[in-house]
Design a protein around this ligand. Sequence first.
Ligand SMILES: N[C@@H](Cc1ccccc1)C(=O)O
Length: 514
Amino acid sequence: MAEEAILGFLENNDEIPHSGQFAVEHNLDHEEVKNVIKSLQAFRYIEAQVIKREFFDLTDEGKKYATEGTPEFHFFSAVPEEGTISMDDLKGMLDPSVFDVGSKQAPKKKWVAMGQQVSRTVQHVEDKVKEMLLQMQQGLELDNESLKSLKTRKLIILTEKWSGYSEVKKGPNYAPKRRSLATDLTRENLQNWTELDFKEYNFNAKGQPVDAGHLHPLLKVRKQFKDIFCQMGFEEMPTNNFVESSFWNFDALFQPQQHPARDSHDTFFLKAPSTTRELPEDYVARVKQVHETGGYGSRGYRYEWKREEANKNLLRTHTTAVSSRMLYALAKGPFTPKKYFSIDRVFRNEAVDPTHLAEFHQVEGLVCDRGLTLGDLIGLLQEFFSRLGQSHLLFSFYASEKNKGLCDCAFTGMPKLRFKPAYNPYTEPSIEIFSYHEKLEKWLEIGNSGMFRPEMLQPMGLPEDVRVIAWGLSLERPTMILYEIGNIRELFGHKVNLAQIKKNRICRIGIGSA
Ligand SMILES: N[C@@H](Cc1ccccc1)C(=O)O
């Protein structure tokens, strides 16, 4: 409608002077007219120029000056051509409002010199303000500066403003009717190319979004941890068995059979198959002995160790089960020092809440060599954690809910670490690792570590002077912090927000410190 009207009108007329009037005259909605103008302009059928105009009326004061002249003019006229006149005399001669305004404006315009006595500084003045006001009354346009001066003296007032209107003329591609554009390079279109108008290429157009898979945040963070381990010369342990026997998960680690972690409230036991098929019998015998009566300088736990308990299948509660298998395998051959790591899933019979799930991922590292000391463990932890960088990650590790907004504090350099004695059945000494959180101004637990006990290593057959230092932490906590995920159920499980997974950022840990 509007398009036909505009193009049709321009066929017989040079211009549409005012799109608003045009809309009224042709009974069109001006919004539609505006949109059509934009589109026709883009294809250069027309040229359009926005009209900006303001309309003013004279105020009562303005009207008065337009007929009678301005107070400053009257004030000037009252001063004699030669000589001076006193203020009092002027006051007596003039109307009070004329005197008030005139005595301010006339010296401002440098028409008169003011003191006790007043004298003219010029012989002749023109009452320009009166003239401007008269021009406005006649509907003539004034320059911006004049308008501004009249506005500040409140002699005129804005009554109407035009902004969305345009003046429209024919453009270089004008035609009374819009031609449809050829968009495809078909055989026919190419044969008739001289008669056709081709649509221009839009080289800025975005392509179709590529449909592809997306990495889950846990995978991205896991990759970062993996890189750190690999840079430090660690080999990855095979963690592909979620089902483990109690033997490798607990007994081999010198965890007594009455330990509360072995309760079904903490561990998922399997119904089928409920027991393991085979265990290395000679090693089992040594493990039984060390639990019952000790050896290797230990008194043992002094209870009756039951094979049935060790046979029970479970979902592994920690990846340290894998570490125990690996160390046992290592002990079989001639001894070689090793650095091992793993990052994989573990299971615990926990009540699910925003920070706990019944399954999570463990990051675990261990170093096995002759004569390692507690100093080596502490040095290694310093090295590992400093490679994470003293970034938001370390700071916020175990900060739980409070970590909102902390993700921007990117620090690098050596983290402030502190070590606290702790207890694990399989390590002695055991050390909890704390890092100082500058923003929260407190020490936060970020991991657990220790030196594996002789009661664990000696029955495996490792040489007596071989020591193993090891540490572990969760993968979920740093991931939640890095990706600002407040509820672990949004990160893992059936409530995962897929849109979030698609658009979340790549992850880089430890930039600047590794
Ligand atoms: N297995 C421990 C972590 C750990 C690993 C190695 C040595 C000490 C502690 C845990 O589940 O928390």
